[in-house]
Design a binder for this molecule. Structure first.
Ligand SMILES: [Fe+2]
Length: 276
């Protein structure tokens, strides 16, 4: 599935009252001391046992900043990695993420890129997202991706949910800034579901457009989700990049979007990391 692919992801359902649970895994930052790998394992276990589950990867799977990157700080690297791992840091992170989510690869709709994969790929003439997707045998998408989620009941007509997934942009820090960014994203598209990451917050909001459809006034909802993070900003030890910039703390959480196929109504529950 390429960026702006017309090729839909297809889900087979018993009927259109069978809800779909769409989990968003993003901003994992494997390799950083703040990455909650224990929480990621809990999320993977939850998705594995949820028969209604599918998931989408929305970027920043690893902290792809190698020692030759001016942003690299040795004291920000997770202690579970060895010094020798830095000699092939990108591949090390790619393999670690593939291992972490391999148990749920058959439920993955696709993997988009984040700024970490994007910048590392440009500097090193490679594409970590493609490598992760190849390791999992799942579709790769891109930094910005539009796709259709086609839900097919055993009998009757299928229902299609249009999705725009964007890793994120800018540096929205305040709650108001995050809502404004979600609104900006929703304003780009008529997709019914908009997904965003990057700013490590948790939010969902239903925007609405009014349309004249064959003489009838219709209110068309657009559901936008800032889908949380697996990385935790504030951890014991030397200060990290986010702490030095006084970025606000966020409890790591993963969005579980409940989709009602018949009506396309959506709400979000949050899986939350413990011990924060
Ligand atoms: Fe990001």
């Amino acid at each position: 599935m390429d960026a702006f692919s017309a090729r839909p992801a297809t889900l087979k359902l018993k009927n259109l009252d069978d809800p779909v649970h769409l989990y968003i895994i993003q901003d994992v930052h494997l390799g950083e001391r703040g990455c909650r790998e224990d929480f990621l394992a809990e999320v993977v276990a939850e998705i594995a046992q949820d028969r209604r589950a599918v998931w989408y990867g929305n970027g920043d799977y690893g902290a792809y900043m190698a020692p030759d990157d001016k942003r690299f700080r040795a004291d920000e690297v997770s202690e579970r990695f060895a010094i020798a791992d830095l000699a092939r840091w990108g591949d090390t992170l790619t393999e670690a993420f593939v291992d972490a989510v391999a148990p749920i690869r058959d439920k993955c709709l696709g993997l988009g890129s984040g700024n970490h994969e994007d910048v590392y790929g440009k500097r090193n003439n490679c594409n970590p997202t493609y490598d992760i997707a190849a390791g999992l045998h799942v579709p790769h998408t891109d930094y910005v991706t539009a796709f259709d989620l086609r839900m097919v009941p055993r009998t009757g007509k299928p229902k299609t949910l249009s999705v725009l997934a964007h890793h994120g942009f800018g540096s929205a820090v305040t709650p108001q800034g995050k809502l404004a960014a979600l609104g900006k994203l929703a304003g780009l598209t008529t997709a019914r579901l908009c997904l965003m990451g990057h700013s490590h917050g948790r939010a969902d909001y239903e925007f609405c457009r009014v349309e004249n459809q064959n003489g009838k006034i219709r209110h068309v909802p657009q559901y936008a989700v800032l889908g949380g993070s697996v990385v935790q900003t504030y951890v014991r030890g030397p200060s990290n990049y986010a702490q030095r910039r006084a970025m606000p703390p966020f409890r790591p959480g993963v969005a579980k979007i409940l989709i009602h196929p018949r009506t396309l109504e959506m709400t979000t529950e949050w899986l939350m990391a413990s011990g924060v």
